[in-house]
Design a protein around this ligand. Structure first.
Ligand code: HEM
Length: 290
């Protein structure tokens, strides 16, 4: 998982090469990065293979956000369907077809003898459960498709927003940015000696003063005051994935560039399931002077 994340960030940074002093729309950059990472790590495919699913899911998300606060009368949907509902059914069918194509590809690899199992990534585990010989444990087609949809959406969208808003804050607050960079550089210095950077990052990464003495202190020991990943048995299964991906991306960026906010940035957050910047996040990057 981690090497795939690093490789994807490398690819993104290669694209930034030569764009020093120019404006970069980082929200879009992180959209591509997070799409590529979840496609590779969970589905063993490239962003291009999942591209259509992401596009359909995005349209579906807009419809969901638009209709979220509308009241529906039970059973009326069976008699009359709004244009949005018809469109969302069409999109859901399109997503199902795309997911099934990816599943079929995985199944064909086993049938054709190119692989001896469905694999042990997220998709492989789902396909295994879909073919479980024990009917009681077998995953239904609907569940298989729904699980894939959840992972495509939650695996991409959340980290996209997290990275985007963090970079915006770092671009505005140069002192936080410098502090974060200092920590990254210190940790990587340690890493050369200890080769234990992940644990180090986990322990030492506390940028903002508010969290400098830990979350418990920052929330005045009120556990429910800061629950970015939920709580209890249904809490986020992607928490570690998301934090590792974010730390990798930020630490690689901070080691190479200083970031300032572009005058073109217009602050206009909009809620489309998650809070997104309506006009993107434009920053200017400069290579780090060593
Ligand atoms: C910054 C990143 C993320 C945040 C803030 C976040 C937040 C959350 C929250 C608040 C929940 C609901 C927990 C509850 O009901 O109490 C959740 C559930 C979930 N998240 Fe995340 N998440 C993030 C990243 C991810 C990623 C990267 C993945 C997948 C790779 C993921 C997969 C899921 C799934 C599958 C659930 C449903 C768990 C269940 O119902 O059993 N999330 N997430």
């Amino acid at each position: 998982m981690t090497p795939a994340m690093i490789a994807s960030v490398e690819t993104m940074l290669e694209k930034w090469n030569g764009q020093e002093g120019q404006e970069i729309e980082v929200f879009q950059e992180f959209r591509l990065l997070t799409s590529e990472v979840i496609s590779k790590t969970a589905f063993g495919s490239s962003y291009l293979e999942g591209e259509k699913i992401f596009a359909l899911l995005y349209k579906l998300k807009i419809l969901v956000s638009r209709n979220m606060s509308k009241t529906t009368i039970p059973f009326i949907n069976k008699l009359w369907k709004s244009a949005d509902l018809l469109e969302s059914e069409k999109l859901a069918k399109g997503i199902q077809d795309c997911v099934m194509k990816i599943v079929k590809k995985r199944e064909d690899q086993v049938v054709n003898g190119e692989a001896d199992s469905f694999g042990n990534d997220f998709l492989g585990l789902l396909v295994n459960a879909y073919h479980d010989l024990d009917q009681k444990n077998r995953l239904s087609l609907q569940d298989l498709v729904d699980e894939c949809k959840t992972f495509y959406i939650s695996g991409q969208e959340t980290v996209n927003s997290l990275l985007g808003w963090i970079v915006l804050h770092l671009a505005i607050y140069g002192d936080w940015q410098e502090k974060a960079r200092r920590e990254v550089i210190d940790i990587f210095d340690c890493m050369v000696r200890q080769m234990a950077w992940q644990e180090q990052l986990q322990e030492k990464y506390s940028w903002e003063k508010r969290f400098a003495d830990g979350i418990a202190k920052a929330t005045n020991y009120t556990a429910a005051a800061f629950l970015p990943f939920g709580l209890g048995p249904r809490s986020c299964v992607g928490m570690t994935f998301a934090t590792i991906e974010t730390k990798i991306a930020l630490s690689m960026i901070l080691q190479r560039y200083t970031i300032t906010l572009s005058p073109a940035y217009v602050h206009s957050p909009i809620l489309i399931l998650t809070v997104r910047p309506r006009h993107g996040i434009q920053v200017i990057i400069e290579p780090l002077r060593t």
